[in-house]
Design a protein around this ligand. Sequence first.
Ligand code: AMP
Length: 413
Amino acid sequence: MKFEDYRIAEGIKKAISKLGYKKPTDIQFRSIPPILRGEDVLAIAQTGTGKTAAFVIPILHKIQEQKQGRRAGGIKCLVLAPTHELALQIYSVFKTLGKHTKVDFLCIHGGVEQDPQIQHLNDGVDVLVATPGRMFDLISQGHLILNHLKILVLDEADHMLDLGFIKDIRDLERHLPKHRQTLFFSATINDSIKKLAYSLVTNAIRIQISPKDPVAKNITHAVAMIEMDDKRHFLADLIRKNPEFKILVFVRTKVRAERVKKALERVEIVSDSIHSDKLQEEREMTMRLFRRGEQKILIATDVSARGIDIPYVDMVVNYDMPETAENYVHRVGRTGRGEQKGQAVSFCSKEEQEKLSFIETHLGKPIDRIQISKQEYKETLISIEEKKDDWRTLLANEDLEEQSRKKRKKKRR
Ligand code: AMP
C-alpha cells in the first residue's frame, strides 16, 4: 500500500511526499482507514513508530472535507499531550502535513502568556493541541469552549497518568459532546490505562504494534556495569570515542542533569541540559540546537524528553537506570526512529541491578553486557583527566571574584 492509494486530499499527499515518506508505517496502515471511517481507535504504539502522522493524516483530511469553503465555527479536534515539547511536536506535524489545507491549528501550553492564545482562539481554530494544565485554565475562564468537538485525541495517555492528570481527563468529559470520535494512544498498557481508555472510547478498533517486542527492532541494546561515582568518566569516554554522534543522556533528576553537565564541562565536553526547572524559552532553544545538531550532547530527565521526536539521535545513554521498564521503552525510543538505526547504552551500578532485571523481564530477553576488564575500567578512569577545579580551586576563584567585587564597589564610590 502506498500513500497515493489512500482517499485523502491531494494537498495532504503532496505534503507527505515532500517529507519523503514512501509508504505508511504499520501503525499508519492499521489506523488511517478506521479513523477515516469515523471509528474510535485504541492504539498501543510507542513513539518512533510514526503514530503522530497516523492520526494527523486522517484528521486533516476529515476536517478539510468538512470545511470545504465554509468557515464553520468551533474547535473540531482536540489533541491532548502530556508535555509542552510533545504538544509542540504534534503541532508541527499538523502544520507540516496540513500546509496545503485550509485547516487552522493552535498549540496551547503553560509557561507562556495566555493572552495571545486567547486572541488566536477567538480568531477561530479547527485543531487545538494542548497540555492539560493550560487547557483547563482557559476552560474555567470561559475562553475555551469545546461543545462542537468532533474528535478527541489522547496522546501518550500512559505518561499523562504518570503525571497525575487522570482526574483532569475524567473531568474533561463533562465539557465534550457525547457523540464524538475518540483516538487513544499509549506506549504501554496496564490496568489503569485500560480503565481510562474504556471510559472514553466506544466500540474502539484495537491496534497493538509489536506487543512482544516493545522496543523498535532497529535499536541495539547494551548495558555496562559501572559504579555510580565512575559513570561520568565512562560517559566522557563514550562521547570522545564517538565524536560524530548525537547523544541523548538520561538521568534520574534535574539536580543530576546539572551535575553531569558540570562533570562534562570539567573534561571540556560541551553539553546542554533540559528539565522542568528551565524556562520554556530555554527549553525550546535547547531542543532547536539539538534537533539541528548544533549541540550534540543533551542531558535530559524522563519528564522533559518523553515522547519528543528528534531526528537522527545516534545513541541514547541511560546514565541512570530508569525507574520503570516503561520508562526504558520511552527513553530508548528516542533513537532508531522511523527507518534509522539506533543504539541504547545503559550504565548500571550495583544498586541499580534490580531495575535492570525488571527491564529485561519486560523486554522478554536479556540485554547484551558490555564486557569491561578490570584493566580497561582502570584505564578509562585515568584517561579522563578532569580540570583541577577541586575545592581549593573553587575557593580561590571565589576569593578572586570577591576581590574584584570589592574593587568595583570602591570605584563606584
Ligand atoms: P512518531 O512515532 O510519530 O514520533 O514518528 C517517528 C518518526 O517517524 C518521525 O520522525 C516521522 O517523521 C517518521 N515517520 C512517520 N511516518 C513515516 C513514514 N510513513 N515513513 C517514514 N518515516 C515516517
